[in-house]
Design a protein around this ligand. Structure first.
Ligand code: GDP
Ligand code: MG
Length: 162
């Protein structure tokens, strides 16, 4: 194993879908409902010459905690365990205050962050990525977990950090 990648982001942005794509086997449970307990948060992936451990922090859930606390713990675990973090946002919903709060936590940590704008299922949605430059996390990568778009671009950027 060359390094660890953690996926963070609000519920329903597509973390589990991307996780499944990146580990290349369908073992994580993907549910439509946010807050459903998933059985699998660790996976192993391979990209080019690199093997990596992948963590879906959305699968780490706290009982009876407000969302802000839950996401803070998820981001902390990502920062503690990962060599590179994939921060996912939802291009169809646009930038939210929760995205901005997560971005601030990530910026404090000084770990490499790759910003993935998910649910960009076809080219005419591409322009939705630009508003995410405002997060100050560099160039957003257009992705679609359900269509398999941008997975390689994100992996290129992530494994470059280990
Ligand atoms: P998570 O809560 O962040 O783990 O998100 P999930 O992976 O469970 O996905 C939440 C919902 O978004 C599910 O209904 C997925 O089918 C859907 N979804 C995931 N990726 C995409 C995508 O690229 N495009 C679209 N249109 N829907 C997606
Ligand atoms: Mg999930």
């Amino acid at each position: 194993i060359h390094g660890t990648v953690a996926i963070v982001g609000r519920p329903n942005v597509g973390k589990s879908t991307i996780f499944n794509r990146m580990i290349g086997e369908r073992k994580s449970i993907v549910e439509d409902q946010p807050g459903v307990t998933r059985d699998r948060i660790y996976g192993k992936g391979e990209w080019l010459t690199k093997e990596f451990r992948l963590i879906d922090t959305g699968g780490i859930q706290l009982e009876q905690q407000p969302f802000s606390e839950e996401i803070r713990v998820q981001v902390e675990i990502a920062i503690a365990e990962a060599d590179a973090i994939l921060f996912l946002v939802n291009g169809r919903e646009g930038l939210t205050t929760e995205d901005q709060a997560i971005a601030r936590l990530l910026q404090k940590a000084k770990k490499p962050v790759v910003l993935g704008v998910n649910k960009i299922d076809d080219l005419h949605l591409q322009d939705a990525i630009y508003e995410f430059y405002a997060l100050g996390l560099g160039d957003p990568i257009a992705m679609s977990g359900s269509h398999g778009i941008g997975i390689g671009d994100a992996l290129d950027a992530l494994v470059a950090h280990f």
